[in-house]
Design a protein around this ligand. Structure first.
Ligand SMILES: *Cc1c(COP(=O)(O)O)cnc(C)c1O
Length: 358
C-alpha cells in the first residue's frame, strides 16, 4: 500500500478560476499560464482541462511548450523566456510556438534563422529583468525590417513589478511607458497583465492577459487570500496521521526541541514533510485541518513528517487525513506562515507526491 499522502487537483475549480480571469479581462483575451508544470499541478492535465476555453497557452521554456504538444493540444503556445539557442527557433516554427524576443542576441538568432516562427517582443517598462526599453523600439523595428523578419511580429508584451500592491504607483507608470512606447505600431497585439493586474480597478489589459497563479486559486495580491478574491482552491494537499500520542508538560517534539508542551498535549505525526515540498519554514501555529477541524503545527517540519497539536480534534485517529492546505486551510495562509507566497508552495510539491485529478 502506498502512503496516502496526495495532492488532489480539482479541475472544475481551475476552469472556474480561468473563467473569472476572462470575466475580469473584459474585452481582452486570456492566455493560460501553465509554466512550472502548471504551477505544480501537472502541465498536461491542466492544459487539457482548459483546452475548450483557452485560445493560447503561455510557458517559460521549450520543454514546457513541447509537453503541451505531447498532450495533443493544438493552440499556440507563447514561450515567455523565448529560446536559449538559435536552432530552437526552427522547433518553434514547426510546432506553432511563439517565442518572446527579449534581447539583442535573440534578435540576431531570428535574423540568422532560415524560417521563422511568429514571435512577440518584450518591452522593459520598468521591471528591468528582460526586454527592450521603449526608446529602443524604433531601432529594433528597423532591425527586424532589415532582416526581413518584421512580418512575423505578433505584438508586444511587458511585465509588472509591483502589481500585487494596488497602491503602488509603479503599475500606472509601467502601463504609460509601455503604451507610449508601442503606440506607433497600433495594429499589433499588446499584453501586460499578470494575475494581479486583473484585480486593479480601471487597469487597461490591452489585447491579451496572462493569468497564472489565479488559475490555481492562489492570491496574487498582498494582504488578500485567493478565496477573498473569489478564487476557488485547486490543490488540496493531504497526508495521513501515522501516530497519535500525548506529550507531557515540559517535553519537546522533534528536531531542535524548540517547542515544549506547557501542558499534557494530544499530538499527531503526519506523513508529509519538506521532502514532499511542504515548507520547512512553516513553524509552530501554522494551520492545518483534520476532519473539518482546524489544528496547528507544533515544532519543526522534518523531511518526511511533521507534528500537529490535536487538542482541537481529540477524535482524530491514525489513518485520518490531514489537510495541509486546500478548502479549509488556504494555501495563502500557509505561505504567509512560512514567509513566502503560494506560488512557491504550489510549484514546490515534489514528485514523491502523487497528483490525483477530479
Ligand atoms: C509567470 C508569468 C505570468 C503569470 O504571472 P502570475 O503572477 O502567476 O499571474 C505572466 N507573465 C509573465 C511574463 C510571466 O513570467
Amino acid at each position: 500500500m502506498p502512503r496516502s499522502t496526495v495532492a488532489r487537483i480539482n479541475l472544475d475549480a481551475l476552469r472556474q478560476n480561468y473563467r473569472l480571469a476572462c470575466d475580469r479581462a473584459g474585452s481582452a483575451q486570456s492566455m493560460a499560464v501553465v509554466k512550472a508544470d502548471g504551477y505544480g499541478h501537472g502541465i498536461a492535465q491542466v492544459a487539457k482541462a482548459l483546452a475548450d476555453d483557452a485560445p493560447r497557452y503561455a510557458v517559460a521554456c521549450l520543454e514546457e511548450a513541447l509537453a503541451i504538444r505531447s498532450a495533443e493540444l493544438r493552440q499556440p503556445v507563447v514561450m515567455l523566456q523565448g529560446v536559449h539557442a538559435g536552432a530552437d527557433l526552427d522547433v518553434c516554427r514547426q510546432n506553432g510556438f511563439e517565442p518572446v524576443i527579449h534581447g539583442r542576441h535573440q534578435l540576431e538568432w531570428l535574423g540568422q534563422a532560415e524560417a521563422r516562427p511568429p514571435f512577440w517582443l518584450k518591452v522593459n517598462s520598468g521591471m528591468n529583468r528582460l526586454g527592450f526599453r521603449p526608446e529602443e523600439l524604433n531601432d529594433v523595428m528597423a532591425r527586424l525590417e532589415a532582416m526581413g523578419a518584421r512580418s512575423g511580429l505578433l505584438g508586444f508584451m511587458t511585465h509588472f513589478a509591483c502589481a500585487d500592491d494596488v497602491d503602488s504607483p509603479m503599475t500606472a507608470r509601467q502601463t504609460a511607458s509601455f503604451e507610449q512606447g508601442t503606440a506607433p505600431w497600433a495594429g499589433l497585439m499588446r499584453s501586460v497583465a499578470n494575475s494581479a493586474a486583473h484585480f486593479h480597478p480601471g487597469q487597461s489589459l490591452f489585447d491579451w492577459s496572462r493569468p497564472g497563479i489565479m488559475l490555481y486559486g492562489g492570491s496574487p495580491m498582498v494582504g488578500k487570500t485567493g478565496p477573498e478574491l473569489g478564487l476557488k482552491p485547486v490543490m488540496s494537499l493531504e497526508a495521513p496521521l501515522i501516530t497519535t500520542r500525548t506529550v507531557r508538560a515540559g517535553e519537546s517534539v522533534g528536531y531542535g526541541g524548540g517547542w515544549v508542551a506547557d501542558r499534557d498535549t494530544l499530538m499527531g505525526m503526519v506523513a508529509v514533510g519538506y521532502g514532499d515540498g511542504y515548507p520547512r519554514h512553516a513553524g509552530t501555529d501554522t494551520p492545518a485541518a483534520v476532519n473539518g477541524q482546524r489544528i496547528r503545527l507544533i515544532g519543526r517540519v522534518s523531511m518526511d513528517m511533521l507534528a500537529v497539536d490535536l487538542s482541537n480534534a481529540p477524535g482524530a485517529r491514525e489513518g485520518d487525513l490531514v489537510e495541509l492546505w486546500g478548502p479549509t486551510v488556504g494555501v495563502d495562509e500557509v505561505a504567509t506562515c512560512a514567509g513566502t507566497i503560494s506560488y512557491e508552495l504550489l510549484t514546490g510539491i515534489t514528485s514523491r507526491v502523487p497528483r490525483e485529478y477530479r
